[in-house]
Design a protein around this ligand. Structure first.
Ligand code: 2P0
Length: 351
């Protein structure tokens, strides 16, 4: 008997760390956000998901493993991604009868992260971006990264930004069907290649409050959140795009720290309060503040930001490696308690 063919495609997707934060959904089913956001994609040499998607007539069930552990793929978000990708493949097959009929075949998806899952290191972003792109490649879909971002967003909002390298914005959009809630490139990594990101792992534990439930609680209960969405973020998106286009690090740093603070303030303002930062996180803020206040011309040379967890990401330029990464590594190596695992990872931002 002839062997049944297995079709296969592999891809990497990097983590992205937002400098203008996504927090809040106006549509929980489609993951449509209440504000636009902007992120820096980290180098896929460092924090990334590797995913292989395969399909075959010989597969009898659809499976997904993450770091060798079987995952539940029956959830609405994963199913939405799989359904959309299958429909696109089916359309290709209907228009070209010479194509193999992959769309009815069961999928086997195998993913590996090289960083702790669900510890505020954007694991779902890289995970869904890699899932969507590996299947899109398997199906040979002619989709652009922006088109794939519309699909990945339905898996996890921040995943739409991990389909691009460099500096990436996610437009909140206005359409009810989410067709314009997609990511686009603000600038390639090569536009500002001096950018560096230091990842400080304060805890590799799974976070207490998931992003999905945390942001819904904030939308429902925080009055400060309304102010953020209406009056704070729109101007910051403009300012951040300008800072990136002009390679203006002090403006980039100022907006990054302010937006992290503002996002965590809305978490504190949520009832009951959501506390992602811990004493170790606050120590990182103090160190950044001290480094910046000692800068020669008084302009910031580093910028901290925190997602839905205690781990810090510190952005700086390569020319300030000693003054920023050197100081952090010196302190972490000796005095600062609470940091675990790899104390600091020096990641070149890009893809
Ligand atoms: C961000 N975060 O912009 C923000 C900052 C966390 C804090 O995107 O519910 O995992 O899957 O759409 O994308 C985390 O939220 O949430 C996140 P879902 P997601 O990176």
């Amino acid at each position: 008997m002839a062997e049944t063919e297995i079709y296969r495609s592999s891809t990497f997707a990097p983590v992205n760390i937002a400098v203008i934060k996504y927090w809040g959904k106006r549509d929980t089913k489609l993951n449509l956000p209440t504000n636009s956001s902007l992120s820096v994609t980290l180098s896929q040499d460092d924090l990334r998901t590797h995913t292989t998607a395969s399909c075959s007539d010989s597969f009898t069930s659809e499976t997904l493993t993450l770091n060798d552990a079987p995952q539940d793929i029956s959830g609405a978000r994963t199913q939405a991604c799989l359904r959309e990708l299958r429909q696109l493949r089916q359309t290709l097959e209907e228009n070209d009868s010479s194509l193999p009929k992959l769309s009815p075949m069961k999928l086997k998806i195998v993913s590996q992260n090289n960083f702790p899952a669900a510890a505020g290191l954007a694991s779902s972003a890289a995970g869904f971006a890699a899932l969507v792109r590996s299947i899109a490649d398997l199906y040979a879909l002619p989709s652009t990264p922006t088109e794939l971002s519309r699909i990945a967003r339905q898996g996890s909002g921040s995943a739409c930004r991990s389909l691009f390298g460099g500096y990436v914005a996610w437009n909140q959009g206005t359409q009810l069907d989410g067709s314009d809630s997609v990511a686009y490139s603000v600038a390639e990594q090569a536009h500002w290649p001096e950018m560096r990101a230091l990842i400080l792992v304060a805890s590799a534990e799974k976070k207490d409050v998931s992003s999905t439930s945390g942001m819904q609680a904030t939308v429902a209960t925080s009055t400060l959140f309304q102010h953020r969405v209406e009056n704070v973020v729109p101007g910051r998106m403009e300012g951040m795009e300008k800072a990136i286009k002009e390679r203006d690090f002090p403006a980039f740093a100022d907006l990054t720290m302010k937006d992290s603070n503002n996002f965590h303030a809305t978490c504190l303002d949520t009832s009951p309060s959501i506390l992602y930062l811990n004493d170790t996180s606050r120590a990182a803020i103090r160190i950044c503040t001290a480094i910046n206040s000692s800068a020669e011309d008084g302009k910031p040379i580093c910028a901290y930001t925190f997602d839905a967890g205690p781990n810090a990401v510190v952005y700086y330029l390569a020319s300030h490696t000693d003054a920023v990464a050197g100081v952090f590594k010196g302190i972490l190596g000796s005095e600062l308690e609470g940091w675990e695992g790899v104390k600091g990872r020096d990641v070149k931002a890009g893809s």
